[in-house]
Design a protein around this ligand. Structure first.
Ligand SMILES: Cc1ncc(C[n+]2csc(CCOP(=O)(O)OP(=O)(O)O)c2C)c(N)n1
Ligand SMILES: [Mg+2]
Length: 336
């Protein structure tokens, strides 16, 4: 038995999802260095427990919006690693046919309303989706992920307000990794982020964002509440990115934070925290962790191989797909 509401199988499944994200990101960095991905990426390494803990509380009809650091959110909600690698590698099999890259990946069928390079911009999108759920009387929930830096974006504060006054089924998930690029939170925000959300009239909680089980339990409470019609809430997840802001800034990572600080947080690596919980509670048998890791590594290598087999779009199609031919609000066949 485990000490939480989660059974061992669910904990193992969350471990597997976190391992998948970790491996996806490690290989992404390697493919960038090898020139197979000709762009930079914002890696999510260290923050996996947030995406996985929250997404485990959601189903396909619930929607998420994401950020510039979006790979973890997309994979946690069921995104296809092959189509993600293909997108990063500029291949036709990619989510955006290889034309969008890391910050434009979306999968509407899975309720993934997309990564987003505009800081804070996912929050009003989530409020719009939530308004639709409410108008239709559907029991679904919208979850925008965003960082501590986004908490000073006007549009995010407007979203907190509109979600509060309309009692929208939104769970705002703030990934407080303590930095916005190189700016430490102490220089950018005063007071507590959760208290700021509470002042808008939202139910607000803070959770250890390195512990996937704790994130899952908090998210479940808030999602259930939203589903039941009890309105919007805010979950601040205390976390840390182990890597530089993005792969282009790796060389300057230690100019604004110390190696010792990174090391302290690495001791609470979310994969280790969950593995230790499974060890302590006899949640898995000897060798299970190594077996899951090997399975995930094979899945990722297979995804990379299949992505690499897909061709690059030809140059003479560069202007294709620039404009929508039909507006989704119009009946089929009507273009405006
Ligand atoms: C509207 C807008 N302003 C500024 C930027 C530049 N920018 C990209 S990431 C980032 C920092 C975001 O910090 P945070 O929200 O804490 O997310 P983190 O990178 O820590 O995950 C900024 C300012 C942007 N992309 N969009
Ligand atoms: Mg941040």
């Amino acid at each position: 038995m485990t000490s939480s509401n989660l059974d061992a199988a669910s904990l193992v499944s969350m471990y597997r999802q976190m391992r998948l994200i970790r491996r996806f990101e490690e290989r992404t960095a390697e493919l960038i260095d090898a020139g197979e991905i000709r762009a930079h990426a914002h890696l999510y390494i260290g923050e996996e427990a947030v995406a996985v803990g929250v997404s485990a509380a959601l189903n396909t009809q619930d929607i998420t919006t994401s950020t510039h650091r979006g790979h973890g959110h997309i994979l946690a909600k069921g995104g296809d690693p092959m189509r993600m690698f293909a997108e990063l590698m500029g291949r036709k099999a990619g989510y955006n046919r290889g034309r969008g890259g890391s910050m434009h990946i979306a999968d509407l069928g899975l309720g993934i309303f997309g990564a987003n390079g505009i800081v804070g911009a996912g929050a009003p999108m989530a409020c719009g989706a939530a308004r639709m759920f409410k108008n239709r009387g559907e029991p679904h929930v919208a979850v925008p992920f965003f960082g501590d830096g986004a908490m000073n974006q006007g549009v995010l504060l407007e979203s907190l307000n509109v979600a509060a006054i309309w009692d929208l089924p939104v769970v705002f998930v703030c990934e407080n990794n303590q930095y916005a690029i190189t700016s430490p939170i102490a220089e950018m925000s005063r007071g507590s982020l959760a208290e700021r959300a509470a002042a808008f009239g939202l139910k607000a909680e803070t959770v250890d964002g390195m512990d996937a089980a704790a994130v899952f339990e908090a998210a479940t409470r808030l999602v259930d509440r939203a589903r039941a019609g009890d309105g919007a809430s805010f979950l601040e997840c205390r976390t840390y990115r182990f890597e530089a802001h993005n792969t282009a800034l790796r060389a300057s990572d230690l100019t604004y934070r110390t190696a010792a600080e990174i090391e302290r947080w690495r001791e609470r690596d979310p994969l280790t925290v969950l593995a230790q919980r499974l060890d302590a509670e006899d949640g898995w048998a000897q060798g299970d962790q190594a077996a899951v890791d090997a399975e995930v590594n094979a899945e990722i290598e297979d995804a990379i191989e299949r992505a690499g087999e897909s061709p690059r779009p030809s140059a003479d199609t560069a202007l294709d797909h620039m404009y929508a031919q039909t507006y989704p609000g119009f009946p089929a066949g009507v273009s405006e």
